[in-house]
Design a binder for this molecule. Structure first.
Ligand SMILES: Nc1ncnc2c1ncn2[C@@H]1O[C@H](COP(=O)(O)OP(=O)(O)OP(=O)(O)O)[C@@H](O)[C@H]1O
Length: 607
């Protein structure tokens, strides 16, 4: 019920249009009522030559010639069907449009929610599953409100209208016709809950398939390199088959349910036909009235059928909607203080005071980290793999908030400023460059959408990227492939440097992007980086000594904290962890070979 009420809220902006569409259904129902009348007039007045009784008026049988009467009846038949079809067309258009708009609202809410969530949320949720919820499950709002609520409401109105009309023709037959209602309620109660549960399971299985496919194709180079195609195919087929099995059970149940509802209403029709024919034989009812009654009976059972069927659809869509609402209820966004102000960077001084952070608060990866970096300084973060370098940098971007301590930029605690203002003032260049499948120009201008071509070219030139861009078939308008895979690693990095240069943010974060490149490419990229780092506070996860030498401050992360800090020379003189790392990097290869307990080099023996 709570899910239903929540979804009902999405109808509020469209309540006027919804009411108008209900009105249209009223008009359409009135036209439906007129549909069997030409047939009755033909049988009773034209063929049997009886006078027409109409609201207390009696029209004698011979007012018009038979030919004229037949023509009027034929034209009336076409006109009623034409008008009814037109109203239905208008109604369908409006209700579908309204349903789509509601799906769009629901989708946008989920999309915004997902974009707000912290990296931790996205790292733990399979993207394929989220995609399915966003693109598939959000349709539930349309199914529920338009196919469910709207159809039920119009069916109830239609049912009541028909009930009174039929009462007027033959009250006894009407009561017999309504005898099927308790049976229908029984059918609805016994099957629809099961349909709802099965729908939920089916969608869970289906989104599992999406996640698997997304996983496989995201790592397609690995799959191919390890020749795992057959295993991955088996995994895909097995999961897809699970989903089909569930779907087949669901379809079978839905069909059996439809068949049960159809059988109940057919029994009702048969009974009415049986009793009605006796009424005609006994002279209590004219043949035309029986035809009208049977015609209306279909119109009485159609809404009953619709109500029964939509109960199944409602259950199913409630189950789907629950999958969207579950995600909406899970809020792992980095919280924004209610009185948060935009971050104002003047110098760019950064301070960490007693910062403790863990992805799981019980297991910190950084503990009691404190340091100060003056504005404009280059800070190198150094440490062994898994030491916590990326985690420290992520805190600066406020991808996460620390559990203890505070991070300030120019004296402003990051928790008290708006998230957007922090990220707008930080440019970032990562080792693993992210590029979008759009033009080179748009990729460079990603952080500044208003950038002119001149500005983009200037940034690309500073990043040493202009030459290779110009050599591309359409220059700056060349489209990049998915993740920029039609470029080399060095070219991708030069583009990301150009992107950061164009953003011109006072704070810069680098995950030393040259560490995996050859010396020639590194030199080209270093030139671009040096220009980028000028006059900005820069945090760089440094892997190469050349980068560490450039730094004004080196932070050595060990045992979850900053174990040493200082300039390159200070740390070397100190002879601690940094000196050890330095010695390891510059030691001749021979010294780095593994040794046994006695210090003897371990050499693999030839077979
Ligand atoms: N999203 C995450 N969820 C849980 N634990 C994480 C997550 N990301 C990193 N960790 C853990 O936090 C610790 C620090 O990781 P981090 O990535 O900050 O190290 P790093 O120094 O940048 O390593 P590398 O040089 O290998 O990139 C590691 O033990 C890692 O397993």
């Amino acid at each position: 019920m709570a899910v239903f009420l929540k979804l009902l809220g999405y109808l509020r902006p469209y309540s006027l249009l919804f009411a108008f569409c209900l009105g249209l259904v009223g008009v359409q129902s009135a036209l439906e009522l007129l549909k069997p009348w030409p047939l009755k007039l033909c049988v009773d007045q034209i063929i049997a030559r009886q006078p027409l009784e109409f609201w207390g008026w009696t029209v004698p049988a011979d007012v018009l010639s038979t030919g004229t009467e037949l023509a009027v009846v034929a034209i009336a038949l076409v006109a009623v069907h034409f008008l009814s079809g037109f109203v239905q067309l208008a109604n369908n258009y409006l209700t579908i449009r309204m349903g789509q708009d509601m799906v769009q609202d629901f989708r946008c809410e989920l999309f915004d929610h997902l974009q707000r969530q912290s990296l931790l949320f996205h790292q733990t949720r399979p993207t394929g599953d989220l995609l399915y919820r966003l693109m598939g499950d959000t349709y539930s709002v349309q199914t529920l409100l338009m196919n469910g609520v709207f159809t039920t409401l119009t069916s109830i109105v239609l049912l009541m209208g028909m009930f009174f009309v039929l009462l007027g023709i033959d009250w006894e037959l009407t009561l017999y016709a309504m005898a099927v209602v308790p049976l229908l309620i029984l059918a609805i109660a016994s099957v629809t809950k099961k349909i709802g549960n099965l729908t939920y399971e089916t969608h869970m299985k289906e989104s599992k398939v999406y996640s698997t496919v997304e996983n496989i194709f995201n790592s397609i180079s690995l799959v191919q390199a390890f020749a795992r195609e057959d295993e991955e195919r088996r995994r895909f087929v097995a999961e897809s088959q699970h989903s089909f099995d569930r779907k087949l059970t669901l379809y079978s149940l839905q069909t059996a349910y439809g068949w049960l509802v159809g059988a109940i209403t057919a029994a009702g029709t048969a009974y009415v036909l049986y009793v009605g024919a006796r009424h005609v034989l006994e002279g209590d009812l004219s043949t035309g009235d029986l035809l009208i009654f049977l015609g209306y009976l279909a119109s009485l059972y159609t809404p009953l059928n619709n109500i029964a069927n939509t109960m199944g659809a409602i259950r199913g869509s409630l189950a789907q909607a629950r999958r969207v609402l579950d995600v909406l209820a899970e809020d792992k966004a980095v919280p924004e203080a209610p009185d948060a102000k935009p971050l104002e960077i003047t110098k760019g001084a950064v301070e960490f005071s007693g910062v403790t952070f863990g992805y799981d608060p019980e297991r910190p990866v950084l503990s009691g980290v404190s340091f100060k970096a003056r504005g404009g300084a280059t800070v190198a973060v150094v440490g062994q793999t898994g030491a916590g370098k990326t985690s420290l940098i992520s805190l600066l971007l406020r991808f996460y908030d620390p559990q203890k301590g505070a991070i300030t930029i120019d004296g402003q605690d990051l928790r008290n400023v708006t998230l957007k203002s922090v990220r707008q003032q930080v440019a970032i260049v990562l080792q693993d460059t992210h590029l979008f499948p759009m033009s080179v120009h748009d990729n460079i201008a990603y952080g500044k959408r208003t950038a002119t071509r001149e500005e983009v070219v200037a940034a690309a030139t500073l990043a040493n990227a202009h030459e290779f861009i110009e050599a591309m078939p359409q220059g700056y308008d060349s489209l990049l492939d998915e993740r920029g895979s039609n470029l080399s690693g060095g070219q991708r990095q030069r583009l990301s440097i150009a992107r950061a240069l164009l953003k011109d943010a006072p704070l810069l974060i680098l995950d030393e992007p040259t560490s995996a490149l050859d010396a020639g490419t590194e030199a080209q990229i270093m030139e671009g980086l040096d220009r980028l780092m000028e006059n900005r506070t820069t945090f760089v996860i440094a892997h190469r000594m050349s980068m560490m030498r450039r730094a004004d401050l080196i932070l050595v992360i060990k045992d979850k904290t900053v174990s040493e800090m200082g300039t390159f020379q200070e740390l070397l003189d100190k002879g601690g962890e940094f000196a050890r790392l330095h010695a390891l990097q510059f030691a001749p290869l021979k010294e780095r070979r593994p040794r046994d307990a006695q210090g003897q080099e371990i050499v693999a023996e030839a077979p």
